[in-house]
Design a protein around this ligand. Sequence first.
Ligand code: KG4
Ligand code: ZN
Length: 366
Amino acid sequence: MSATAAAPKAEPLVLGIESSCDETGVGIVRGTRLLANEVASSMEEHVRFGGVIPEIAARAHLEAFTPTLRRALDTAGVSLDEVDAIAVTSGPGLAGALMVGLSAAKGLAMAADKPLYGINHLVAHVAVGLLDTAEGQVQSLPPNTGALLVSGGHTEILRVGSLTDDVQLLGSTIDDAAGEAYDKTARLLGLGYPGGPAIDAAAADGDPKAFRFPRGLTMPKFEGSAENPGKHRHNWSFSGLKTAVARAVEQFEKAGQPVPVADIAASFQEAVVDVLTSKAVRACREHGITTLLLGGGVAANRRLRQLLGDRCASAGIQLIIPPVKLCTDNGAMVAALGAQLVAAGASPSSLGIPADSSLPVERVSV
Ligand code: KG4
Ligand code: ZN
């Protein structure tokens, strides 16, 4: 255990630190109120490699941490002495990148004698929906809540009994994550990195019906029925879609014709968003989920926000969506989950918290 335990209180002041990939995030919340969210990104440094280079990301976190922390404390108008606890991402993510945030958090916790909470990045993406900035905000988690988590490395549908100790995986991708599919497809289309925002923008000028790309794992043999569910009823697969896009691009290139980038981007996006939302809504129906939290970088996608909103409304599911800037990696989401843990009276972590690259979603804190 770290030096002191945070006394459970309804609206704890928590500082959150995120460093699992290429964003150095420091956020400060008081309960569910967002006070500061400062993010420094090393994305520009990875662009020429077409993906995140772990060593570059780790070094960038080291350089960005102190100024980002200062800005967050200034914006929130609080001092480190005043915070009730420090929360930090312990996984999943890039080991070297995680270690920078963890070391910083441990140093601060020791120096300021604050309890430290090592938390799960994936659950933090979901917990950020409880902050007062979310569309459809709720003060506390209603019964029968679920979450659709769509990030660069994960695509999961969850039942969330409690954000602090009861998260259950209902389904996930069996190959690429949704964000990964966006990033790989953007590369195929020459749209650069990161692919999500680039495809989101390109798709705005395209026809989503121009190409009928596959919706993975939607055949009856995979899905079964509500009474007799198939193995992949609530799972996704995006690798066939990526291959279909590659074939389409090849055909135009072989014929010496210009690749219709906007139409392919829009049709690809429609396929991803259609299968994500239809399977998520059906999983909610079949598991009695009536409130759905959307989280993760792909939750910034305009078409996903729109179609999931429409489909949840038709199914009578209350949808909670964080603002776009809190969908991609940030420290506020870590602080939001930390505040839930402190409020619930959870025990702090030890100062020996490891970086766990493959921390499963069911382990909310370490
Ligand atoms: O959650 P996140 O910031 O990092 C991980 O934990 O992975 O998610 C990053 C992913 C990337 O794959 C990025 O391309 C995708 O989120 N993304 C988007 C959009 N903005 C970011 N995907 C689709 N549309 C967007 N607007
Ligand atoms: Zn993330």
